[in-house]
Design a protein around this ligand. Structure first.
Ligand code: ZN
Length: 351
């Protein structure tokens, strides 16, 4: 089975919040959520970016309350900024959860800090976790916490989730709509980009608005990466990437992880679990057409979103790979998009 290394999951949040994960254990097979160790093994999930996401206190576990349907799509009321001290507390608790999982796994899960460690894990069948922050609220604008989190293992950072913070402006969820929704990076945000370049922390552009994207593109010396986003031309959600953005990612030899979220795949934006796999295949075709075969991978968003019934959970990955094979993808292409491309871009980004 081809191992999959994946650009985004919210499994730590699912385990952290009992409202989401219902108290399930990572080590026991469950019907709740999308990823646990037994199901990861069955699905050939070799690892991925494990997000540390700090929910807004008011909407924890009930984001549906902020959803406003419109005749042609939807809009989600923008979450207010979260306080730095609160965010740091939650982030540390969730990092502790990941490190405890690593210890309790007795060698079956490893938090990886270098590309060699990641390659080794994929070879040996050890589940590889990249410590990723989805939103930088836990980091102070003096960037002291960044140094400490880096030493702890932070290797990937999305400056924002879909809300504003001290560094940048997240893109609000809106469909149909352009990702150009507001101002770009703050001065602190520019410093954060430079610091991540220096430390070798990947900067994730998913959830950043378009101006922020171009600000990072102008500043960074590393490949441009969106860990979990799709093509705006096929599904005009603010979370997806325009052709111009895809061109810039290609020029930088960067990477896009295909997001399995049904509402970011469909041309009508609806949150329909009965969305055929074909929508994922179409986005994959489009991304490869625009980025080339070396710059595309998976960014499932398992445990963070609505996934097609045809995938179900992480055990459905082989079905998607089979669909791509049937569609005409050769083995070399499948190796690249399942894990080799992520390894390439991380090797170029990390120190
Ligand atoms: Zn996300």
């Amino acid at each position: 089975m081809l191992p999959v290394f994946d650009g985004h999951n919210d499994t730590l949040l699912n385990l952290h919040l009992s409202t989401r994960g219902k108290g399930r254990s990572f080590f026991t097979r469950s019907d709740t959520g999308h990823i646990d160790l037994p199901r990861a093994r069955e699905g050939g999930f070799g690892g991925g970016f494990f997000a540390i996401f700090v929910p807004s206190p008011s909407v924890a576990g009930e984001p549906e309350k902020n959803l406003i349907a419109s005749p042609t799509g939807y809009e989600v009321r923008m979450s207010p900024p979260v306080e730095h001290a609160y965010a740091q507390g939650v982030a540390i608790a969730m990092m502790a959860l990941l490190f405890r999982l690593e210890r309790e796994s007795e060698g079956q899960l490893r938090v990886v800090r270098t590309a060699d460690e990641l390659a080794q894990c994929l070879r040996d069948g050890i589940l590889a976790a990249v410590l990723h922050f989805e939103g930088a609220e836990a980091i102070d604008t003096d960037l002291n916490a960044l140094e400490v989190f880096y030493q702890a293992g932070l290797r990937s950072l999305g400056m924002v989730w879909s809300r504003p913070n001290a560094f940048a402006h997240g893109v609000p969820f809106k469909f149909p709509h352009s990702p150009d929704t507001g101002p770009g990076l703050t001065d602190a945000g520019r410093e954060l980009v430079r610091a991540c370049n220096r430390l070798g922390i990947l900067l994730d552009l998913s959830h950043l608005n378009e101006q922020g994207f171009w600000d990072v593109a102008a500043l960074t010396e590393k490949p441009l990466v969106a860990t979990h986003s799709n093509a705006h031309a096929l599904s005009p959600s603010t979370r997806n990437l325009t052709d111009k953005q895809l061109d810039a990612i290609r020029e930088s030899e960067g990477m896009v992880g295909l997001n399995f979220s049904v509402h970011d795949l469909r041309d009508d934006g609806s949150n329909d679990k009965n969305t055929p796999l074909d929508f994922m295949v179409r986005h994959m075709d489009y991304l490869i057409e625009h980025l080339g075969v070396d710059c595309v991978g998976f960014g499932s968003d398992f445990d963070g979103t609505t996934i097609s019934n045809e995938i179900g959970d992480v055990t459905g990955l082989p079905r998607f790979i089979a669909a791509l094979r049937e569609h005409g993808y050769d083995e070399e292409t499948l190796r690249k998009i399942t894990h080799e491309n992520w390894l390439r871009v991380l090797r170029k980004t990390w120190l």
